[in-house]
Write a protein that binds this ligand. Structure first.
Ligand code: GUN
Length: 294
């Protein structure tokens, strides 16, 4: 029988744990952790993501601030904003929501973020530390995938995990994390140039679907009893919804779900855990500068 890796329910549980912790801190007279977000332009999906991050921050008792800049912002102007956030001791961690407008080089911006405040785990220093299994900030989506597998007690040791998609934000770090000691998966990382993808995904005990194509993974690509983690988030126009759209993933759930031992729904799977990971990283950043508060 297929069981659900319920990211929504797990996120509520972890957020309650964080909120209790923050309550204890503030009861002792310490300030609350502070997460800031920078958003440039008017991209609809980015606005939603940042609004959700702000809402979740407030729910757990964090201070939250959002710095909004117009679409026409230059790289120099954004670098100035980053320098300000790097130096503001009231802010524990911050993210720069991606994508950025085309006149701004994303890597230049990421490189300017202080690794100590890089709660997205995107800077070269944090990526390097992660690969070396050193103390670091792990990117939020891969961390969310790991949390779901861990908290649901999914057996990973020696399992064949196939990751499809090699983005810097999801596929590459997930492949790294699940091959490490602790998870001990045998990992295959597939991408757009992989030949006969279905023959590889059919060997997956654990499939991480992060290709970025709506309902790409169909029943013929799945090994019976596989664990399927769907990282995709796509907005599809839907006139029957108040919002005018509905969210679907990279997996065709109507046909894949009955084959799985465990599966993440979309929405309500990896997505809620991504935000929770960001909150966990912010708490870690807070404790870096407040070493004697537990
Ligand atoms: N855009 C899509 N996902 C992310 C994320 O995890 N962090 C940031 N900063 N931007 C994103």
């Amino acid at each position: 029988m297929t069981q659900i890796l319920d990211g929504k329910e797990l996120s509520v549980q972890i957020k309650t744990e964080i909120a209790n912790h923050v309550r204890q801190l503030t009861a002792k007279g310490h300030r609350a952790p502070h997460l800031a977000a920078v958003i440039v332009g008017n991209d609809g999906a980015s606005q939603t993501y940042v609004a959700n991050k702000e809402k979740s921050s407030r729910e757990v008792g964090f201070t939250s601030s959002v710095y909004r800049y117009p679409e026409s912002t230059t790289e120099e102007q954004l670098l100035e904003a980053i320098a300000f956030l790097n130096n503001d001791t009231d802010i524990d961690g911050f993210i720069v929501q991606l994508p950025l407008p085309s006149q701004i080089n994303e890597q230049h911006i990421i490189n300017a973020i202080s690794p100590d405040k890089d709660v997205d785990g995107f800077t070269p220093i944090n990526v390097g530390r992660m690969v070396l299994s050193e103390e670091c900030y792990v990117p939020a989506t891969p961390m969310g995938v790991c949390t779901l597998l861990q908290r649901y007690g999914i057996e990973t040791t020696g399992k064949h995990c196939v990751v499809v998609g090699r983005s810097n934000i999801v596929g590459t770090p997930v492949a790294n994390l699940l091959s490490r000691k602790g998870f001990d998966c045998t990992v295959t990382l597939c991408h757009s140039r992989t030949r006969d993808l279905a023959s590889i995904t059919r060997q997956a005990d654990i499939l991480i679907a992060a290709i970025g194509k709506p309902e790409f993974f169909t029943a013929d690509m799945i090994k019976p009893d596989a664990v399927v983690v769907d990282v995709g988030i796509h907005r599809i126009p839907d006139a029957t919804k108040k919002s005018g759209y509905r969210i679907i993933g990279d997996v065709k759930h109507s046909e894949v779900d009955p084959l799985c031992s465990w599966v993440t729904p979309v929405p309500g799977g990896v997505g809620p855990l991504t935000i929770v990971s960001l909150l966990q990283n912010t708490l870690k950043a807070y404790h870096r500068t407040h070493p004697n508060c537990d």
